[in-house]
Design a protein around this ligand. Structure first.
Ligand SMILES: *[C@@H]1O[C@H](CO)[C@@H](O)[C@H](O)[C@H]1NC(C)=O
Ligand SMILES: *[C@@H]1O[C@H](CO)[C@@H](O)[C@H](O)[C@H]1NC(C)=O
Ligand SMILES: *[C@@H]1O[C@H](CO)[C@@H](O)[C@H](O)[C@H]1NC(C)=O
Length: 423
């Protein structure tokens, strides 16, 4: 009998919860009464006045994933102190002009992962203090000239994973946005963008152009006003060549250059020469067959070089002279040997190598033995997977001498792919 009563109680409770939960429920967080956090209801919701509005004290509102389809006028009335608004992961298709006008102190606005295709001009005009604007993962096709103009304090803009066409973005869109430090255009088509697109930037530090359908390093990303840039991502594009020696000449503060997963076949010698602050260059997953003889020379901060997953047949140890490289990744290439005393030479450049990866190359066994002896001697970390004496990892010549001549390569490479890595 007791059980029966309990059961009834439970069912009526759930029923009540269901009714109440049709719209999101919002509560002040325990440690900060000014921070309102909402959880979703059980159905889609048109945001309207009453849910989060009318509280002079509220500084933060989180309406993440609350099934909001639209925002009505008045939704944010009476929130004079609002600084942080998270509307991410909702289903908002359009924001009517004026719905955001009633609060002017906003600094952080997260609209990522909605279904916005664009904005009416003026939507952000009452936001003079905005610093962070996250528009990632919408369906934005167009940015109207002037849309950012009154947000003079913007420092972080994310428009990644939208449907922007760089060549159609107005060249003056960022004219007033001189303070942007972090800019993310990744996963849009930024090919053929205007070369002056970012000319107003005065303090850019991070630029993400991953998956932007680029066939070359875009001019807008290397202009003199971008000399403040520290981190440039150009990965997963279709760049084939870095031909111009002056390509990066302006980026004198660049620390990380990411060119992973392009189709780079050719790099001009000394193309990195002006990058005196460069710490890490990532060239993994390209089509390089050769490394120019002084490519990485005299870069006093260069610590990491990733050249794995290329087609490199010969690695000139001189290419690293004068650079303190500690981590070098040469895995999955096509060389059969390395220069005698390769690690010693690199150590002498001032690096003190600590990690060196050279596995999955068509090694001559004698040459592999030499390099293994060296890394063990110096206590350098390497990838020893497969070097157990049972897995075939290298090709043995008749006399078991390491033949360090380029013309010896071809035979060993053929044998290796025939016998070991059938590809
Ligand atoms: C908010 O502040 C305004 C002006 O200071 C005041 O008139 C209003 O009553 C306040 N509202 C609430 C809900 O405290
Ligand atoms: C915006 O919200 C998403 C989650 O909905 C989060 O992953 C992202 O980091 C937020 N953006 C910023 C700039 O904090
Ligand atoms: C070196 O490259 C291989 C293949 O891309 C990768 O698995 C490994 O994590 C890399 N190691 C380092 C230290 O970058």
């Amino acid at each position: 009998m007791l059980c029966l009563i309990l059961f009834c109680l439970l069912t009526s409770l759930t029923a009540e919860l269901l009714v109440v939960a049709a719209k999101p429920s919002c509560q002040a967080s325990a440690d900060n009464p000014r921070d309102i956090v909402c959880t979703p209801g059980t159905s889609d919701y048109l945001l309207e006045r009453g849910l989060v509005s009318d509280n002079n004290r509220t500084t933060r509102i989180t309406l993440r994933a609350c099934r909001i389809t639209d925002v009505d006028f008045g939704s944010f009335s009476g929130l004079p102190a609002l600084e942080y608004l998270d509307l991410s992961q909702n289903k908002i298709v359009y924001l009517k002009l004026g719905v955001l006008d009633e609060f002017t102190q906003l600094k952080f606005f997260n609209l990522s992962h909605n279904q916005l295709t664009g904005f009416p001009l003026g939507i952000f005009d009452q936001k003079p203090n905005m610093e962070v604007l996250d528009l990632k993962g919408n369906k934005i096709t167009e940015l109207e000239l002037g849309i950012f103009d009154l947000m003079k304090k913007l420092r972080h803009v994310d428009v990644s994973s939208n449907a922007l066409l760089g060549k159609e973005i107005n060249s003056y869109i960022f004219d007033q946005s001189t303070k942007i430090k972090i800019m993310d255009f990744s996963r849009n088509d930024m090919s053929d963008s205007k070369s002056i697109l970012l000319d107003a930037f005065e303090m850019l530090e991070f630029l993400n152009l991953d998956r932007c359908l680029l066939t070359e390093v875009p001019v807008f990303a290397t202009k003199p006003n971008l000399k403040t840039m520290k981190h440039l991502i150009l990965s997963t594009n279709k760049i084939t060549r870095l031909d111009d020696r002056a390509l990066f000449i302006n980026l004198e503060n660049l620390e990380i250059l990411n060119l992973v997963d392009n189709a780079i076949e050719h790099i001009a010698d000394k193309v990195f020469m002006s990058l005196k602050k460069l710490k890490s260059v990532l060239l993994r997953g390209n089509k390089l067959t050769q490394i120019p003889g002084s490519l990485f020379q005299h870069l006093p901060k260069l610590i990491s070089v990733d050249l794995s997953h290329n087609l490199i047949e010969f690695v000139p140890v001189n290419a690293f002279r004068g650079s303190p490289v500690k981590n070098l990744n040469l895995s999955v290439n096509r060389f059969t040997y390395l220069t005698d005393n390769f690690c010693l030479e690199l150590r002498n450049s001032g690096g003190g190598m600590t990690k060196f990866y050279f596995n999955q190359n068509p090694w001559q066994c004698a040459c592999l033995r030499d390099i293994l002896d060296e890394v063990k001697k110096f206590g350098i970390k390497y990838n020893g997977v497969g070097y157990d004496g049972r897995t075939p990892v290298c090709v043995i010549s008749n006399d078991f001498n390491c033949r360090r001549q380029p013309d010896a390569n071809a035979n060993f490479v053929d044998l290796y792919y025939e016998l070991i890595r059938k590809e």
